[in-house]
Structure formats: C-alpha cells, structure tokens
Design a protein around this ligand. Structure first.
Ligand code: HEC
Length: 288
C-alpha cells in the first residue's frame, strides 16, 4: 500500500485538491491589487506598484502550479522554519541553565537573532558610510552640500539681477510714483524697521526723517549708504539682499519720510544736507 507509486498518487490527489481550493481566489486577488494600488497614490506610482504586484502574483502562481504541482505544504514548512529561525531561538523557558538558588532559576534567554542582525547591520552600515563619506569622498558632507546650495543660489540671484536690469547710479532719481513708494515701504517694513523704527524715527540706526545726514542726503547718497551699508556700525550692505531696483525704491521711500517729524524721534545726527546745484558732478568721494 505504501509503495512509491501510491505515494505519488496521493500527492497528486492532494495537489489537485489544493489547486481546486486556491484557484477561484486568484482572479479576485488579481482584481483587488490594481484598485488598492491606485488608491495608494494614483498616477505612475500606482502603475509601478500594480505591475510589481501582478508580477509577484504571476511568479507565485507559476511556482505553486508548475514547480510544487499544487502542493504548497513543503514550501509552507520551509517558510515556517525560516521564520522561526529569524524570529527567535528556543523559548527561554525551554533553555534553563544549571543554576538554582533556593528555587530561583536562571534562564538562558538569548537576544533574538533579528536583533543581532540589526546590530551587525548598523556596524556594516557605519563602515560603508565612513568609506563613502570620509575616505573616498563619494558623497558630499554637509559643509560641501551647503557650499553647493549657496553657489546655486548665487547663480539664481545673478540671473534674477540680470533679468531685472541695473539702475544708473550716476543718473539716480528719487521715484515719486505711489506704486514705487509702496514697494519701497514694503521693503522698509520688512528690513529696516528693527533699527530705524516704523516711522523712520530712529532706534539703533539714526533718525531718517530729519534734514541731517551722517553719510550725505539726496537720493544718490542714501542709495549708496543702503547699498554698501555701514558694516562697522551694524548696518549691513543691502546689495546682498535687495536688487538695485528695490534699493532705489526703498531709498525713495526713506526720502519721502523727510520732515514727517514722527513722535519719539531720535536727535538729528550729521550735517544738514544741501542738494548741490544740478550742474555739479556726482559725489565722487563715495565708494561704490
Ligand atoms: C541692524 C540695524 C540696521 C538695519 C536693519 C538697517 N540699518 Fe540703516 N543704519 C544703521 C546704523 C547703525 C546706521 C548709522 C551708521 C553710522 O552711524 O555711520 C544706519 C544708517 C543708515 C542710513 C544713513 C543715515 C545717515 O544719516 O546718513 C540710511 C539711509 C539707512 N541706514 C537706511 C536703511 C535702510 C533703507 C534699511 C533697510 C533696507 C536699513 N537702514 C536697515 C543700522 C541699521
């Protein structure tokens, strides 16, 4: 009764039964995959996920039907063993050490293998990381990443400046149209209020509403002071932040504050500025 031929027949019978049981489920499974995938993200991702899942199902199907001939028991047993190995060794209560202190028993409770793999994995990762980042220099360190980003931003800034055009500093005129002054006020409110006050009355920086100027009045001098800043006194060179057009706007706005006499104004500093005669050459002592 237990001849190899019988065994083979037995197995074939089981196989047929397994296939008969599983096959009806497959179309449903296949139909379910695309819908879950498209719910997950839509578009290309869904397409890739659907393709991958379909391929996995097809390979599994092929394996079960043609390689295992429908009998999935051996494969399931192998999977179970592999999992048992990865998940945990013998249960602690099955592995007792020879120690017994007045009824207190010491158990051999080893850390599970997956934990050890993780630990070894971190060491391998660290070695690869160090080789890549610090020895071979294949990937950029943070400093290098920062430098690249700054260089990229600089290029973008230059492009933006070039697109906007420069202002002719020798022929600079104060803008008076409402739109330019509004744009200037926006820049002023964002960048200058902390030192010069909301109304230009002066806080750390000098009062901008009076007739006296430390670095010269008139649109050209004010523009150049804004552009180059007074680094020694804490006023940065705004050419690093604002475009020429924006500096012209904000200079025009500053000049529009002349004589407004806001409350709590700082005492005037510097010299009273007298606009030179129209024919006079532009102030050449101011560094550009
Ligand atoms: C961190 C503080 C600070 C900020 C922000 C700042 N300034 Fe100044 N600013 C100063 C100081 C301080 C001085 C005086 C420099 C000196 O004494 O030589 C000054 C001087 C000036 C002057 C010359 C005044 C004069 O009497 O000649 C102008 C014009 C000016 N700032 C405009 C601006 C504008 C416009 C902004 C915004 C885009 C701005 N400042 C932002 C601190 C600042």
């Amino acid at each position: 009764m237990n001849s190899p031929a019988h065994q083979r027949m037995d197995r074939t019978m089981t196989s047929r039964r397994t296939i008969a049981r599983t096959l009806p489920l497959l179309p449903a499974a296949l139909a379910a995959f695309p819908s879950t995938a498209s719910a997950a993200g839509g578009g290309e991702t869904a397409l890739v996920v659907t393709g991958l899942l379909t391929a996995v199902v097809a390979v599994l199907l092929f394996y079960v039907v043609f390689v295992l001939e429908g009998n999935i028991d051996p494969a399931a047993e192998r999977l179970r063993k592999a999992w048992a190995y990865i998940a945990a060794r013998k249960r602690a209560d099955e592995r007792e050490l020879d120690e017994d202190f007045d009824g207190i028993r010491e158990l051999d409770n080893p850390s599970p293998p997956w934990f050890n793999y993780l630990f070894v994995g971190t060491i391998i990762f660290a070695a690869i990381y160090m080789l890549d980042y610090h020895v071979l220099g294949g990937s950029p360190l943070s400093v290098e990443e920062y430098r690249r980003e700054v260089a990229e931003a600089d290029v973008l800034r230059r492009v933006a400046l070039a697109a906007e055009g420069t202002v002719d500093e020798a022929q600079l005129a104060a803008l008076t149209d409402a739109e330019a002054l509004k744009a200037g006020k926006e820049k002023y409110d964002r960048n200058c209020v902390s030192c010069h006050g909301a109304a230009g009355q002066g806080i750390v920086g000098p009062n901008l509403t009076d007739a006296r100027w430390i670095h010269g009045g008139g649109v050209r001098n004010v523009y150049l002071t804004i552009k180059n800043g007074v680094p020694a006194k804490g006023m940065i060179a705004w050419k690093l932040v604002l475009t020429p057009k924006e500096m012209q706007q904000v200079a025009s706005y500053v000049l529009s504050l002349q004589g407004t006499n806001p409350p709590g104004a700082k005492a005037p500093e510097g010299e009273v500025w007298v606009e030179p005669k129209a024919a006079a050459a532009p102030d050449s002592t101011k560094a550009i």
